[in-house]
Each structure stands twice: as C-alpha cells, then as structure tokens.
Design a binder for this molecule. Structure first.
Ligand SMILES: Nc1nc2c(c(=O)[nH]1)N[C@H]1C(S)=C(S)[C@@H](COP(=O)(O)OP(=O)(O)OC[C@H]3O[C@@H](n4cnc5c(=O)[nH]c(N)nc54)[C@H](O)[C@@H]3O)O[C@H]1N2
Ligand SMILES: Nc1nc2c(c(=O)[nH]1)N[C@H]1C(S)=C(S)[C@@H](COP(=O)(O)OP(=O)(O)OC[C@H]3O[C@@H](n4cnc5c(=O)[nH]c(N)nc54)[C@H](O)[C@@H]3O)O[C@H]1N2
Ligand code: SF4
Ligand SMILES: [Mo]
Length: 870
C-alpha cells in the first residue's frame, strides 16, 4: 500500500526539530509517541550533528534502531499558519510501549489533516448549518446564536428535561479531562440535565456498577502486574487486536518467560515460572493463537464458552476454590465482608457449570487450579483478572462482573503485585465532571425516549449513534423522521430572519420534531439528521490530558493547527455558554442567564485548571508545566504529592521520597464514567501553582493497603445467581434465529472508522464489514468468501462480506461492529439490564446472500490472520 502514500523518500529529522510529547489518541493503552516538526524547506543530514538521533545515518542501522520512521508516520501540516514536516513516531523511552507502535497508532501522522498531502480532507473546517436545503458554512457567532436561541427557548418554555444530550466521557481523541469537564460543567452545573447518555451506551450510568458497588474500582493494578502474574485470566477481550501494545510489551514477556528475573526479584521467596493464561471467549481469537505460539499450548487454556454463560463459570470457580480451601483467608478476614453469604448463594457444581457453559468438568477444574492452587512451597498463586467488552456488553452485566470480582477477592488478588481485577479498557480515560447524582439510578433510557418522541433539542458531542448504538435501525428511522420535520420547517423561512427561523423550528418541535446539534470533527452519519455541525479540534491540535489503563496520566501537546476554524470542544462549550448567557439576558431571563457565568476560558489549559486541577483528587499537584516535564511517562493517578528533591525527570515514583510534599487525598478508584462520584470537594489549590517545580508522585496500585472504596473500607462479596439470558427478548431471539451474531473489533480499524473511512490502508482491506463464518456454515448456505450477505432478525437488517474461518464455531459468527457500510447494531435488540447496560454481544439472526463479492472485494485475501512465531 506504500505506493498509495505517494512516498518516494522521506526527509531526515533535523537536529533542531521541535519535539512534542504525544500519547496515542486511540486506545486505552496510551502508548507514548514523540512528534517532531520542522520547517518545510529544511531537512536533516546523515552526519551525527545534523539529525535528531545524533547518529551517523550514512551507515546501515541495526534492526532495532530508533533512528527510523515509516511512511505512515509522516505528513505535512500547518503549525502557526506555516507548512511544516511532521513525524509522529513511537517513543522508546515510554514505559508503556517501549517504542512499539500498532497498526493504528503508527498511522497517526497520516491521519492528520493535510491540505498539501490530501489526507483527512473530510475534516470539518467551519461551523455548518442547514440552509436552503443543505449543510452550508457559516460563522461561529451565527451558528452558536441559533443553537443558543433554540436551546434557550426550550429551557424557558419546556424546562431542562426537554434538552437531551449525548456526550463522550472518555480520554484520548473526542475526550480528555478538559473536554469532559467542560461538557460536565455545562450540563451538570449550569444545568441539571438528566436526559443524557454516554457515547457507548444509551444511558448515563457505569459500565461496571457491580465492581464499584463492591468497593473495587476497575482500574486497580499496573501494567507491570501482567509481567508478574503466575496466571493471567482474560474474559471477553482480544488484547492482541484491541489493547495491542499492552499485550505485546507486558503480557508476552511473561508468557515467553523473559520476565522471570523481574519475578524473582519481586518475589524472592516464591517458586516462579513463566506465566500461564486462561482465555474465556466463544471465539478462537488471534490472541489465543498468539498466546499458544509464545507460551506453548500447555500453558494456555482457551475456554470456548457458550455465549453469555460466563457467570456460571465464575460461580463454579468460587465454589471449587472455597471447597478446596485455596482462598486467602487472612485477606478475606481483614479486608472483606459477606464471603460466606456469597459462597452459599452462588454455589454451583462443576457438573452444572459444564452443562450450561458447554465446557468440560476437567476444563473448569483445571482452570480453577491454575487460578488458585497454591504453588510449590505453598505460596499463594498470583492471578490477574482482566475483562472487557465480551463481559461488559455481555449477558447479565451486573452479576457477571460481580461474580468475577468475587473470585479475585477470594483469592486475595486485588491490590497485590501480579494481581488485579481490571477492565482492560476501551479508550483512554478522562472523566472529570460535577456530581451526576440528579440523574438517578437506573438512569433514563435515552434512545427509547427519543424513539418515543420525547426531547425537543439534542446536543451531540463526538459520538455517532447511527453506527454505534443498539437497536440502531429503529433509532435511525425515528431520528430521521423527527429531524426531517425541523428541516422542512427551516426550508420555509429565510436564514437572515433569525426570529422567523427560531419560530419555525419551535413550531416543528411542537409537532414532534427534534432540533439536533452535532459537535464532531467530521460529518457523521447521525449528523445527516442534524441542523447544525460544530467543528471540533482534536488531540494534537490542542493540548489534551488523559490517563491510560494503569491510570497513567500524560499531556499530549499541541503539535499542529486545527483545520480551519475548528476549536477544542472545551472552548466550544465555553462559547456556547457565553451565547446562552447573552440570549437569556436578552429574553429577560436573568436567573437562567446567571447560570452560564464562569466560562471565560480562553485556552484548554483554563478548562483544565477550572476542572481537573480544582476538583479531582490530587489535582492540586497537577499542572500542564509539571506534566510536560514528566514526558510520555507521566504519573499514575491519583497524585499524592510532589517530589521537590531533584530535577524533574520522566517516570513515576511511588515510594516515600525524602523531601516530598504529601497532601492527603485518600486513594480512590478513578476512571471513565459517572456514577457514585461524590460532590466535588472544595479542594482549593494547596500548592501554589506559581511554583511549577517538583515531580508529581503517583500511585502504582490501588488498594495496596487492603482498604477499599466502601464506608468501612471492606470490599463486599456479591450474591450473583444465574438467571439465564437476562435481557428482555434475548432468550426468544436465541431460539428463533440460527446464528449467533457475535460482534466486536479488528486490529486495523479504529472504532466506527471515522478517520479510517478516508484511509486507503484500511478501506482497501475492509471495503465492507466482515462477518466471520465457520466454513461448514458457508457451504451449507451456498456462499463463497467475499459474498455480500444480509444479516437480519426482528430488530432490523444489515450487510457484511463473508470471511470463512474456523476461529468461530458452527452456528456462531463474528461481525465487525460500527462500520459505516454495514452497521451491526441494526440487528441488536433494545434489551438492556436493570441499569440500562446494553447487551450488544448476545444477538441472534439469520443470513442470506445479497450478491457475489463486489469489485472492491474480489482482490482481497481471505487467508487466516494467524500470529506466527518471530
Ligand atoms: N454492536 C456493538 N455496538 C457497540 C459496541 C460493540 O461492541 N458492539 N461497542 C460500544 C463501545 S465500547 C463504544 S466505545 C461505542 C463507540 O461509539 P461512538 O463513540 O459513537 O463511536 P466512535 O467511532 O468512537 O465515534 C466517535 C465520534 O467522535 C468523533 N470525534 C473524534 N475525535 C473528536 C474530538 O476531538 N471532538 C469531537 N467533538 N468529536 C470527535 C468522531 O469523528 C466520531 O464521529 O460503540 C458501542 N457500540
Ligand atoms: N483495533 C481496535 N482496538 C480497539 C478498538 C477498536 O475499535 N479497534 N476500540 C477500543 C474500545 S472503545 C473498546 S471498548 C475495546 C474493546 O476491546 P475488546 O473487549 O477486547 O473487544 P471486542 O472485540 O469488542 O470483544 C472482545 C471479545 O469478546 C468476545 N465475546 C463475545 N461474547 C462473549 C461472551 O459471551 N463471553 C465471553 N467471555 N466473551 C465474549 C468476542 O468474541 C471478542 O473476541 O477495544 C479498544 N481497542
Ligand atoms: S496500542 Fe492503542 S494506544 Fe498503543 S499505538 Fe496502538 S492504538 Fe495507540
Ligand atoms: Mo468502548
């Protein structure tokens, strides 16, 4: 594909190139990168003094050289209005990735907006409004005036509950502490919006209520624990493809045995051996295959479980481990409660579990041994439990999550080296918001309310429900109908007559219409329904902070200009609030207008200081200057103090360092997500910001002191009885339709392909979403590889191309989720759990042929994408 990148040769990075800290803005892992930029008319030389790497580049470099970059890591972008060369390459000194890139992150540079090299020309450059029957550019003031007038009228006439909001709550691109604080302040402080949902689920709730209710925050260990564990237990996740460099840089060394020295040093009195891994997934993922290659098949157990039955397996583990006496009694006694109750309530025999999960009694017993049987010499086995969307979007989210945490607690594996019971994570995290207590629990099911005609105005921040929600086809149909009513009304009045325009919109809303505002970086699919698009700047075009899956917080520095007039989301919030205040004052609503004071931010740093710095635990220690000095390694949240003894260098310190200033935030789980966040403490800055010195001291592991997030500090075991397919309608669907339509991600594609859809590297490989099908099923349906098929059930229909593979069992399929040319969510039912958590993964449907492989598919390879020994 390199020929398509129009690269013949690449310039050498000159010695005086500017250097910026970058954290990959895609997945949770948050790999460290460096951005280098320099004037367009210059380049470095091969002499050591002439290049950034200080090496003689006229000589052949070794295979592991750092003095190298790929065509995908290069672009020409604008910086302060001038064209510059840009190279974004992995940082060897970042402890997260040690110089590794991934097929996503290593393409960051070619995914930037460049009018010189024609990349990402889809980016929005101006505010756009529905005018004369199509979207047309306008000024910020014009667009925001309309949004403010319609929103203000609705607030005044119908009240806050008529304003619906969809907003991301994560870190990385389309997120970060600056932006979640801004949207949070607008909707939870200035207003008390309760009809609000998050980017990936149809309500404002936690993905992992259960673990939090038990007192165990979900990001409680550190990446090093994967190198130290005796056994890694991974549930419903495919980390080679979805948490790539965490897997490659921290799991593989353990499986290969190359972290043995680390283990010996950490546990001098214990028998240590290379790590083992238990993988629970109905599908034989490439992760399973990679683990077998690296560890040898005898150290890998793949439990190819019946979809949705994980809870039964965990209850059986708990029962067996308790009966064998392999629990950590001292820990259970000192740090937990309700153990006996949970063991009694959850009692499940190996035989019963085998019957429901489709596993054998031996598999269940053996995996329990790998988790908890004491090691030679009697030491407790160190097991790390990691889970992601196969559990979170799986059957009976709340109880299944609780059942896994039960096993981790019972075996003493939380807060200890080589342990942890953690989400692997999706995006980076960047949650910082005022209290959401007014939303309530269960929170309103926003999608259903919108489908049923509620809501008058909808503000959308960086999410595309047309591609990513459940029951997506019904949602889209209803949304289109309601927003079309407003569009048609807008077409009857001239744009220049603002009052007539507002009146026409309000009248259409009264007839069931919905006024939609989409804040995004590109034209989205849900944006096809919107009346206003507000163009956002993203990571690298603004300064942005977030944390990764081990709570490692860094600052990504702005290395290029945003396209056109686009602005950071936090500043869009601020300007919208300014307009709201003005318009409400004009309307004579002084009380309402006063709520929109406090948005005089000029920069994203202002938003950071107003939010994270003032409101988050340990935030008083955290400033841009200190983060900048700590580079791509940053520190692990929460911050607990400052080390002022020496020069500031990158890295996290966790021990007691002489000369450190420790202010007392108690250690608490932090992460993505609302819920259970107490009112912000009035934590005024106790360390003067003016003195920017000092290295931030972080926290390597949570709960190392055995104290959990409950009133008495004791973690709570949970009763988690099996209740079959829990979400309404799922049991019937599973009986009615022949194929499981399992779904999720692939290595090359980032999310809904919002940037990838303009990138040949991805679109040549995935012109349509793939559906993995067992070769027996392909034959039985008379299909061939590459055929375009329809996937359908009572919820809706969608399309995909057939990818035959024995990675999936017969009668089971796996479809790429959220893809622009075939939305898997169209066939996902509206069924949710008691806290409105969707159940995307348990979907059943039928499959029929639409057409032979389209032209773009005919040249594709359908070889197995296996991991091979290197
Ligand atoms: N069937 C099925 N459905 C699923 C899932 C599944 O497994 N199966 N998984 C769910 C999960 S875990 C997730 S995370 C969701 C994802 O659902 P979404 O969050 O809706 O999907 P993304 O593609 O991540 O969309 C992000 C949008 O943000 C925009 N964006 C990017 N950067 C910025 C920025 O800086 N500012 C602004 N304002 N916008 C920006 C992008 O252009 C894009 O339109 O899908 C969920 N839906
Ligand atoms: N390449 C790439 N990486 C990404 C993303 C991306 O879009 N592309 N998105 C990021 C985001 S936002 C997220 S949330 C994460 C998601 O990361 P993951 O959770 O690892 O990804 P998924 O593919 O959604 O689902 C993981 C696995 O769950 C399995 N599964 C399905 N049903 C069940 C079940 O009943 N039980 C069990 N045990 N397993 C089941 C599926 O077979 C699948 O292999 O990935 C992040 N990383
Ligand atoms: S593993 Fe994740 S964070 Fe690291 S480079 Fe890849 S997408 Fe980016
Ligand atoms: Mo996600």
């Amino acid at each position: 594909m390199a020929y398509k990148r129009q690269i013949d040769r690449l310039p050498i990075v000159p010695a005086d190139a500017k250097e910026h800290n970058v954290v990959c803005h895609y997945c949770i892992v948050g790999c460290g990168y460096k951005a280098y930029s320099w004037d367009i008319d210059k380049q470095g030389t091969t002499a050591p003094t002439g290049n950034k790497f200080n090496l003689d580049l006229s000589k052949q470099q070794g295979p592991d050289t750092d003095a190298w970059y790929a065509p995908s890591m290069y672009n020409i972008v604008k910086q302060d209005g001038r064209d510059v060369h840009l190279v974004i390459k992995p940082d060897k000194n970042c402890v997260v990735n040690s110089g590794l890139g991934s097929v996503r992150g290593a393409r960051m540079a070619e995914m930037t907006y460049s009018s010189v090299r024609n990349t990402e020309q889809q980016r929005l450059t101006d505010p756009m409004v529905w005018r004369y029957g199509q979207m047309q550019p306008t000024s910020w003031d014009d667009a925001l005036d309309l949004v403010a007038r319609v929103t203000a009228a609705i607030l005044a006439n119908k009240g806050e509950d008529a304003l619906f909001v969809s907003a991301y709550d994560h870190g990385g691109a389309g997120g970060g502490y600056e932006n979640t604080w801004a949207t949070g302040k607008l909707y939870f402080e200035s207003l008390k919006i309760k009809n609000i949902r998050i980017h990936n689920r149809p309500a404002y709730n936690s993905e992992v209520h259960a673990t939090r209710d038990m007192g165990v925050g979900e990001l409680n260990n550190c990446y090093e624990d994967a190198e130290l564990a005796d056994t890694i237990v991974v549930v419903g996740a495919n980390p080679l493809e979805t948490q790539t460099n965490y897997f490659l840089n921290h799991w593989i060394p353990n499986l290969r045995g190359t972290s043995l020295d680390k283990k010996k040093a950490e546990f001098p009195n214990e028998a240590v051996e290379p790590g083992r891994i238990v993988i629970i997934d109905p599908r034989r993922t490439v992760t399973v295959n990679a683990c077998e290659v690296e560890a040898g098949a005898d150290r890998v157990m793949h439990l190819q479980i019946n979809s949705g039955t994980d809870l039964v397996l965990f209850n059986a583990w708990l029962t067996y481990i308790a009966d064998k006496g392999w629990t950590d009694k001292a820990f259970i006694g000192a740090s937990t409660k309700d153990f006996d109750k949970a063991v009694a309530g959850n009692r499940t025999s190996l035989e019963e579990a085998a019957r429901i999960t489709g596993l054998t009694v031996d598999q269940i017993r053996q995996s329990a041994e790998w988790i908890a049987q004491p090691k030679g010499g009697g030491a407790r086995r160190r097991a790390m439990f990691a889970y992601e969307k196969g559990l979170i979007w799986g059957n009976d989210n709340y109880r299944t999550n609780g059942a896994l945490v039960n096993v981790a607690l019972a075996t003493g594996n939380v807060g200890r080296p080589g342990g942890g019971c953690v989400r692997l994570g999706g995006h980076q995290e960047g949650y910082s918001r005022p209290s959401d207590a007014h939303v309530g629990r269960p929170a309103p099911y926003i999608d259903q309310l919108l489908i049923n005609g509620q809501g008058a105005v909808h503000h959308i921040w960086g999410c595309d429900h047309y591609k990513t929600t459940l029951n997506a086809l019904q949602f889209k149909n209803a949304y289109k109908r309601r927003t079309d009513l407003v569009k048609d009304a807008m077409a009857t009045v001239p744009w220049g007559d603002r009052q007539a325009m507002v009146n026409a919109i309000l009248a259409a809303i009264d007839k069931g219409g919905l006024f939609s505002v989409d804040v995004d970086i590109i034209p989205t699919q849900i944006g096809q329904g919107s009346h206003v698009w507000l163009p956002a700047a993203t990571s690298g075009e603004m300064n942005l902070t977030s944390m990764n899956g081990e709570r490692r917080m860094r600052l990504t520095e702005r290395y290029m200009d945003p396209p056109g007039r686009s602005m950071p989301d936090c500043l869009i919030v601020a300007r919208l609030a300014n307009h709201m205040e003005r318009v409400l004052r004009e309307m004579g609503k002084a009380d309402l207008a006063d709520k929109f004071k406090g948005y005089d931010w000029k920069t994203e740093e202002d938003a950071f200081m107003d939010g994270y710095h003032r409101h988050e635990k340990g935030g008083e220690f955290v400033t841009y200057a200190r983060l900048r000095a700590m580079g791509t390694n940053g520190f692990q949240e929460p911050a607990v103090g400052l080390d002022t003894t020496g020069p500031v260098t990158a890295g996290t310190t966790t021990g007691q360092t002489p000369g450190m200033v420790v202010q007392g935030p108690t250690i608490e789980a932090r992460g993505k997500e609302p819920a259970q966040k107490s009112e912000p403490s009035a934590a005024a800055s106790t360390v003067p910001v003016a003195s920017e010195g000092g290295k931030i001291i972080g926290t390597k592991r949570l709960y190392a002191d055995g104290k959990f997030n409950t009133k008495d500090g004791k973690a709570i075991f949970m009763e988690t009885k099996w209740r079959g397919l829990q979400a309404s309608g799922k049991e019937e669907e599973s009986k009615k339709f022949p194929f499981l339509i399992n779904n999720g991600r692939a290595n090359h594609v980032w999310q809904s392909a919002y940037l990838d859809q303009q990138n040949d590297f991805v679109m040549d490989r995935y012109p349509w979403p793939t559906i993995e099908m067992n070769p027996q099923d392909v034959t039985r349906l008379g299909l061939k590889q590459g055929d375009l098929v329809e996937v359908y059930n009572d919820n809706g229909s969608t399309q995909a191309i057939v990818y035959p593979t024995d990675r999936v069992k017969e009668r089971q399929t796996f479809m790429l989720f959220a893809f622009p040319r075939g939305v898997q969510g169209n066939v996902v039912s509206a069924g949710v759990n008691e806290f409105i958590i969707p159940n995307y993964k348990q979907t059943w449907g039928n499959i029929r042929k639409l057409a032979d492989a389209p032209e773009a598919v005919r040249g594709l390879s359908f070889k197995p994408q296996d991991y091979v020994a290197s």
